[in-house]
Design a protein around this ligand. Structure first.
Ligand code: P1T
Length: 383
């Protein structure tokens, strides 16, 4: 696949080639755990599906092709399994700088599971460069960025973080889930690893859990490939097939998500019952200029604070007809989430308060429905 092709073309063809035995245009689902060998160690390139499977290989090839700047990709059973694989590269005593506004489950994985292995996770405000530089000590091995962040849509300067990472010899990881590979290319801005919860935009239909890592460096790919093989958090061949199918429409879906989210954010910003809207595509967003520089679209996630009390929020949620109350994001259908009580309930209370994740904050995953229907739904529920 030529990297000078445009995103919509790459997405449609990514990873798929006609199957050599039959000419089938779609990659078959190789539902097999093992492969017959001619003699011990002599086989056609596959020996066991945890190590490699032809359907997963096509899925990984597609992931590498849709994330600009990537040469390699690895697929995982979930976004958190992909994150876990990165942490498994570290040694006790290593420091990891994490942006303070990460997905609640990412914080939980680091604080409650991996901190006990003597890994030093420092959660910091990455919009504050002084704080970042002060925390970047010689034993810092990883800088972990999520941009835009979940749920308050902070935009972190990826190039600036890459410069800090290089200055101390650390690797830069960017969780690119919210932007999707269509709107942001962290590897071209100095990131070493891009991570996705492919459960979200890459899968796009709220029917699968999956994760992905993309990278440029061969040695880093080999290290992570070993972790994938040794620890085994792989997707099934069926899921790999489904992800291949989803990737074909990723670019067209993202276009509609972004168009709808922009309209919804502008509508909410003008509404008297709304206190504050968090969306990088609004001029009022504190890092709007940075978002314009490092993203080619603002994606489909919009958070907002309602005027009133938690009870008013619950009434509003009950009135919605098109938006469904559910965790997750990035599917074709519009969802609404209450971060404080749902996705970010595991964030320490003090940090939640500092970030502004309170009782009246809601997060919308704006789907690909008709724009006017989405606005009408929000309008009737607000009034
Ligand atoms: O759920 P999983 O596929 O394991 O991915 C975890 C994850 C990682 N990074 C980001 C930015 C995420 O948003 C998520 C999952 N998030 C939700 C389920 C949510 O509703 O925010």
């Amino acid at each position: 696949m030529h990297s000078d092709l445009r995103t919509k073309t790459i997405a449609v063809h990514a990873g798929t080639e006609p199957e050599p035995n039959t000419g089938a245009i779609m990659t078959p689902i190789f539902l097999t755990s093992t492969f017959v060998q001619e003699a011990p160690g002599v086989h056609k390139g596959y020996d066991y599906s945890r190590a490699d499977n032809p359907t997963r290989q096509a899925h990984e090839k597609a992931l590498a092709q849709i994330e600009r700047g990537a040469k390699y990709a690895l697929a995982y059973a979930s976004g958190l399994a992909a994150e876990q694989a990165i942490i498994q590269l570290l040694n006790p005593g290593d420091r990891i700088l994490v942006c303070d506004d990460v997905y609640g489950g990412t914080g939980r994985l680091f604080r409650r599971l991996f901190a006990k292995y003597n890994l030093d996770f420092q959660f910091i405000d990455m919009a504050n460069m002084d704080e970042v530089k002060k925390a970047a000590t010689a034993n810092t091995k990883l800088i972990w960025v999520e941009s835009p962040t979940n749920p308050t849509m902070k935009v972190i300067d990826i190039q600036a973080m890459s410069a800090v990472a290089k200055s101390v010899g650390a690797k830069l990881v960017v969780d690119n889930t919210f932007a999707s590979p269509v709107f942001q290319s962290p590897l071209l801005m100095g990131a070493d690893i891009v991570m996705h919860s492919s459960t979200k935009y890459i899968g796009g239909h709220s029917d699968m859990i999956g994760g992905a890592l993309m990278m440029t460096d061969k040695a880093l790919h080999e290290q992570l490939k070993f972790v994938q093989f040794a620890a085994g958090a792989v997707p099934s061949p069926f899921e790999s097939f489904m992800f291949l199918r989803s990737i074909k429409t990723l670019a067209v879906r993202m276009e509609q998500h972004a168009k709808n989210a922009q309209a919804v954010a502008e509508f909410l910003e003008k509404h008297p019952k709304v206190k504050r809207v968090y969306f990088p595509g609004l001029k009022s967003h504190p890092q709007h200029e940075l978002a314009k520089k490092q993203m080619s679209g603002f994606s489909g996630m919009v958070s907002f604070d309602m005027n009133g009390t938690y009870d008013d929020v619950v009434k509003f949620l009950k009135k919605l007809k098109v938006f469904c109350l559910a965790e997750s994001l990035g599917g074709v259908e519009s969802l609404v989430n209450h971060p404080e009580k749902m996705t970010h309930a595991s964030v320490p209370e003090e940090l939640r308060k500092k970030l502004g994740i309170g009782p009246t904050l809601l997060r919308l995953s704006v789907g690909i429905e008709d724009t006017a229907d989405l606005i009408a739904d929000l309008d009737q529920a607000l009034s």
